[in-house]
Design a protein around this ligand. Sequence first.
Ligand code: ATP
Length: 347
Amino acid sequence: MGTVKRGSFTLNLDLEVAAGETVALLGPNGAGKSTALHTLAGLLPLATGSIRLGTETLDDGTRRRSPDQRRVGVVFQDYLLFPHLSLLENVAFGLRARGSTKTAARRRAADWLRRVGLGSRAQARPSEVSGGQAQRVALARALASEPDLLLLDEPLAAVDAGTRLRLRSDLRAQLRSFAGPAVLITHDLADAMVLADRIIVLENGETVQSGSPRQVTTEPRSPYMASLVGVNIFTGLARKGRLSIGHSKVTARTDLDGRTLITLPPTAAQVRRDAPEIPAHNIYPARVVGLEEHYEAVRLRVSPIDPDQGLELFADVPITELIDGVAELGARVWVEVDQTQLHAYPF
Ligand SMILES: Nc1ncnc2c1ncn2[C@@H]1O[C@H](COP(=O)(O)OP(=O)(O)OP(=O)(O)O)[C@@H](O)[C@H]1O
């Protein structure tokens, strides 16, 4: 790919997807995910660079194939099914538009509805099926025209949490059997992890990191990605076997050398009311500056009284271990960082 301009926003994306591979573009609102998807679909022009699909050039910054000249299947976030057509006619519509005869289009559409488990609902209208079923119709419609590239725009955003789990594994199976490249955009980490072989994290139009789902989650490279994973992230410096973190006196052993990123799970910071009997460099006084009730824990945001002593971080206190006076905004507490759970990796 290359760059895409949208008003004052610029997307700068280097994207290569192999046949049979699913890549997720993951990022916050306004990161440029839709811009990327619309450009691949032919709805927005490239400013520089090129888009190639197999041996064909779809856009080289000067000449561009229109959306209907591209063999690209798109599953939109809100599915865009025609309300007055049956599910069968919805799936057949794209085939008819691409020149299939009515009979052939209907036969193929019926076959695809069966493949997504909706063979018996072929005559229903979109208003008569659930959100999850509508999602499967949209997928069948995209796949029925045998696209060379499949694009999915937040494919599970419109379904409830329970349906989402089941639909996610169904969709994963469908993606596995799709032979071409697939690009998925989402801001849901679980969707990206389950559905994609590779994740590209986009922020402000730029790639922040890319790798396997495991790589991007174990070694997040931005505060956004760390917050999606649910870990604290800091910058540090490794020198002569010692890792110093931010300006704090909290240190740890390391084999690395140079600038590092460091994560710490919120469960690896203990919050206590009383000062320790034996002072240690990983224990420091702090104040509770934020508080969130979670299912089995209270997540506290603690800020060191002296920024040169400790780290500002999230700490989870299990409900079963809550002590009076700790889970209160403004409370003065002691924080102990479990150094064994600090994970450092090159910056
Ligand atoms: N029609 C438009 N004209 C000008 N700028 C636009 C237009 N649509 C979007 N933008 C800008 O482009 C940037 C990227 O938007 P985009 O919709 O690609 O982000 P996104 O990652 O898909 O976000 P979301 O998750 O909110 O859909 C934003 O800063 C937005 O303000």
